[in-house]
Each structure stands twice: as structure tokens, then as C-alpha cells.
Design a protein around this ligand. Structure first.
Ligand code: ADP
Length: 510
């Protein structure tokens, strides 16, 4: 060693010792390799290097430095070192090394060539520093960063997937959808909206809904409804609009709008959904026209059948032929049923077009109830109708139409109470109104049907093939009661009977 150092400089003996002592006192590991010998063996190492590697000097001297790398020789930093040694250059890098006990340590290594007077490399001096703690911390940080990146990627993917999913739904549904800001500017619109109303997306985004297409959406009622959506979270549903739109012609639309929410918080955005019901409406009109025409056409022959049956019945009665009279009576009943059905169907279409005239007068409700029961006598045979409550109560109404309501409700009570006999009619009064309630002990009505039974042609599913009917009676009753400024409602439970009640305003001079 001293010989080597002697060769490097012209230092004195005492200086060598001092230098050797200084190197041994250094906390950095120091090694010197001989570049002139085959496989560049280590010819010197200090104490710190022994401590760093766990090897003793005698196990180190004479070896090539690679013994510290075990089998882990494909590291990029080692290639870097080899290159520097080959070129005789200085190099600083971090290498993954192994201690004698096999444990990994990260070695921050700096090598420098030592040259002789003629510039040939004779040795390399290597300074080593254990930076395991720092590298491990950095690696951990890197790992955490990678994990974070992965999470962000996953989150982004999920978001992208949900966005794609949502936009697929938005684009697939048949409804036209538009998102508006608080100033009714269009923030987005689905393809259906753009295609259906012939509005290329780039020409409508950011524009006022009421201004696009030369103000084709500028309906005061729509503006009023939309104005109320945001301030008080006032959604609207089922706003029907019929309009002659440019290019697409006359359309009937149903519009629904609601405030948009994000994570439960209301946004300053309105989602407007538009459904085109033109075809459905046309079909409905056609169906109504057909029912109207068919009912009209059936009325004349039915009147003739009815007249002839009555005539034949009289003849048979005169002849005392009971078989014939029984037959004519049964036929007469069926004709009466048919007549009522035709009358009801015609009524529906009249009510639809608002062509029903009402003749209001003061009506004694208890005599109306009694008379309806008499009219129903044939139908209600086998059932008992018990009337209770007030008498002498007058309401403001159309006698014929109110009788129609009573007959309808009574005949339903009989029809839907097979096997049970008592039907109760109760008349009561309350400030400004008279109330009539008709209760039966029949099959009752499921909660889900309570509202729908007042719709045209609606019949509870479970009964439709067991009881005859077309589902217009209650619709007509409801329209009549509404026209009287009253209300009609049902209280019922499946299997527990039903009570249909209606109110009518009391006559003013009562
Ligand atoms: P229809 O009796 O011809 O079906 P309605 O309009 O009079 O037509 O009645 C509509 C539906 O309401 C009936 O189909 C039936 O499901 C239900 N309904 C009406 N009245 C009663 C009642 N008293 N008891 C049970 N169900 C009833």
C-alpha cells in the first residue's frame, strides 16, 4: 500500500501514515484498485469499507469489486461504471450491493482514475457511501406515487366508463334531452333533440332556448313554467304542447323539466325532457273517431231492435205466450245494456271534445238517490240498497247527469260484489257541500289502481276477464262531478269492499 502511495506522489513516510490514518478514520468506504493488473484487483480498502460490506480486509484485497454485486449484475449503473472504467473517466452512481450476510445495501459510489506521469491510468480510487435509508425512502415514495397514479388512472377509467355509460343512455333514449342554465341557455343537447328538431349541435350550444330556430320554442306558458323550476325547485311534468314546427310540421309534445342535482345538491341547471307523442295522439284520435262512428252507426239499428222487441213482447203478452215474453224480456235487457254502453262510448268522445251541455238546476239529492235506485231495480235484484243520512238536501246540478253518476256507481257496486248483498248509500252535508257515499262489500280495489280506475278504458287487471265492462263508467262519472265543481274518490282495499264518494256544492238558495 505504502509502495503504491509512494508511486502516486512523493510524500514522506510520516505523511503516508497520516494519510492512511485519515483514510481509516473516514466514514466513507474507500477502495483502490490496480488498473494495470488483470481483473483490476482491490489493493486497498479502509476500515469504513469493511464495516460497510461486512467483509474483512483479507476477504477483500485481491478481489475485483464485482464481488459486492453477487448475481445482480445487469443494473444500469454497473454498465455506467464499466463504461467509465473503460474510458478512464470519473463516474458517480448508486449501485445495489450485497453485504457479506446477504443483505442489500445501496452504495453511492464515486470512482476516479489515477494516472502516472505519462497519463496512463494506473489505479482507480472508489469512495463508497451507504445511502440505503435514502434510497429505500425514495423507492417507497416512488411506489406510493405509482400507487397513487394507479388509483387516479382507475378513478379516471371509472369516471370515463360511467360517462360513456351515461352518454350511451342519454343518446339511446327516444326522448329529446336538453340541459339549460339559469338563463335558459342550452348547455348540452342529445342527438335526438338535434336530429328531431333539425338543430345542428354547434348552432344551438350556448344559445337561448327561446331564440333558437327563429323563436320556435318561444311559448309563453313554457317560459313561465321554466322560470319557476330553479328558484323554488319547482319541476313540471306532462306539459302538453301542440305546435307547427318549421321543417318537421305539426307535433304534439310532452315536456318535463326538473332542476339537476349533483351529490344531493341542487345545481343551477334545468334538465328538459321532450317526448314526441304525435303518433300516439293520432292513434288516439283515430280510435276515438272509430268508437264515435261505430257507436253512432249502432244506435239506429238498436233503436229499431228495441222498438220491435217491445212490439213483439206486447203481442206475445196478448196471446199469453209466457215463453216468448220471457225471451223478449231477456233480449230487452241485453239491448238496454248495449244501449247504455253505446251511450257511454258516445259520452266519452263528447267529454273528450268538451261538447257536453249541462243544465244546472236545484236538485233534491235524496229524491235523486231514490229515483236512481228505482231505475236500477232490475239490475239490483238480489242486492239490498240501504239509504241513510240527510233528506231534503238540495245541490246545484244537472239532474240527468247526476242520476247517471249514481246509476253507474250503484251498478258497479252490484257488479263487483258477487255473492254479497248489502250496498249502503249515505247522504251527508258539510259546509258548502253535500256528500254521497256508496259502499259495497265486494272484491275491493288494489291501492295501485285507486287513481287509474278514473282513466278512460282502464280496468283493474285481475278482474278484467271475470266481469264485463269497458272501463269508461268511472271516467264519465269523474268528468261529470268535476263539471259540478265537486270531487269523486274511492276508499278501498282488495277483498274488503269499496266506498265511492262524491261531493257536490250545495244549491245557493238552499
Ligand atoms: P267497468 O266497470 O266497465 O270496467 P268503470 O270505469 O266503471 O268500468 O270501472 C273501472 C274499474 O274500476 C273497473 O274495471 C274495476 O276494476 C274498478 N271498479 C269500479 N267500481 C268498483 C267496485 N265497486 N268494486 C271494485 N272494483 C271497482
Amino acid at each position: 500500500m505504502e509502495e503504491f502511495l509512494n508511486g502516486l506522489s512523493n510524500l514522506k513516510n510520516t505523511d503516508f501514515r497520516l494519510l492512511a490514518a485519515a483514510l481509516n478514520a473516514s466514514s466513507n468506504g474507500v477502495v483502490i484498485t490496480d488498473h494495470r493488473q488483470p481483473d483490476q484487483p482491490i489493493i486497498y480498502c479502509n476500515k469504513a469499507f469493511e464495516l460497510l460490506t461486512g467483509y474483512s480486509k483479507k476477504e477483500i484485497i485481491g478481489h475485483n469489486c464485482r464481488f459486492l454485486q453477487a448475481q445482480d449484475r445487469s443494473q444500469e449503473s454497473i454498465l455506467q461504471l464499466k463504461e467509465a472504467i473503460k474510458k478512464g473517466e470519473h463516474c458517480q452512481t448508486i449501485v445495489k450491493n450485497y453485504k457479506k450476510n446477504g443483505r442489500v445495501f445501496w452504495n453511492e459510489l464515486m470512482i476516479s482514475p489515477v494516472k502516472d506521469a505519462s497519463g496512463n491510468i494506473t489505479h482507480f480510487v472508489g469512495i463508497q457511501n451507504d445511502v440505503t435509508k435514502r434510497v429505500v425512502a425514495e423507492l417507497q415514495m416512488e411506489k406510493q406515487r405509482d400507487q397513487l397514479d394507479e388509483k387516479v388512472r382507475e378513478r379516471t377509467n371509472t369516471l370515463e366508463e360511467s360517462e360513456a355509460y351515461l352518454s350511451a343512455i342519454v343518446e339511446t333514449i327516444r326522448e329529446s334531452l336538453v340541459v339549460l342554465d339559469s338563463q335558459f341557455r342550452i348547455l348540452s343537447a342529445n342527438h335526438n333533440f338535434c336530429d328531431f328538431f333539425n338543430d345542428p349541435e354547434d348552432t344551438i350550444l350556448g344559445r337561448d332556448l327561446f331564440e333558437i330556430g327563429s323563436g320556435k320554442w318561444n311559448f309563453p306558458e313554457l317560459r313561465e313554467l321554466l322560470t319557476k323550476v330553479l328558484p323554488h325547485n319547482n319541476p313540471f311534468e306532462g306539459f302538453e304542447l301542440t305546435h307547427e314546427f318549421p321543417l318537421i310540421g305539426r307535433k304534439t309534445l310532452i315536456l318535463n323539466a326538473r332542476q339537476m342535482t349533483l351529490k344531493g345538491k341542487n345545481q343551477d341547471r334545468i334538465l328538459l325532457a321532450i317526448e314526441d307523442i304525435t303518433e300516439r295522439k293520432t292513434m288516439e284520435y283515430r280510435k276515438e273517431d272509430f268508437i264515435n262512428i261505430a257507436s253512432h252507426e249502432m244506435r239506429t239499428p238498436l233503436t229499431s231492435i228495441k222498438g220491435n222487441l217491445q212490439l213483439l213482447n206486447k203481442i206475445a203478452q196478448k196471446k199469453g205466450d209466457t215463453d216468448y215474453t220471457r225471451g223478449f224480456l231477456a233480449a230487452g235487457k241485453s239491448v238496454a245494456r248495449l244501449e247504455r254502453l253505446i251511450f257511454e262510448l258516445l259520452d266519452v268522445s263528447k267529454m273528450q271534445s268538451g261538447k257536453v251541455d249541462f243544465n244546472f238546476e236545484s236538485v233534491d239529492i235524496s229524491s235523486l238517490v231514490d229515483e236512481s235506485i228505482v231505475m236500477m231495480q232490475q239490475e239490483t235484484q238480489g242486492s239490498t240498497i240501504v239509504v241513510s243520512g240527510l233528506k231534503g238536501q238540495f245541490v246545484e246540478g244537472d239532474y240527468g247527469r247526476l242520476e247517471q253518476v249514481m246509476i253507474n256507481l250503484l251498478s258497479n257496486a252490484v257488479k263487483y260484489s258477487p255473492g254479497s248483498s248489502e250496498i249502503k248509500v249515505h247522504i251527508s252535508s258539510m259546509p258548502g257541500y253535500c256528500k254521497i257515499a256508496i259502499s259495497d262489500q265486494g272484491i275491493g280495489i288494489n291501492m295501485k289502481d285507486h287513481k287509474r280506475i278514473f282513466e278512460r278504458f282502464y280496468r283493474a287487471e285481475e278482474i278484467s276477464d271475470k266481469f264485463p265492462g269497458v272501463g269508461v263508467g268511472l271516467y264519465i262519472c269523474n268528468e261529470i262531478i268535476k263539471e259540478h265543481n265537486g270531487t269523486l274518490w274511492v276508499e278501498s282495499e282488495a277483498g274488503k269492499g269499496s266506498t265511492f264518494s262524491f261531493t257536490i256544492p250545495i244549491a245557493k238558495n238552499n
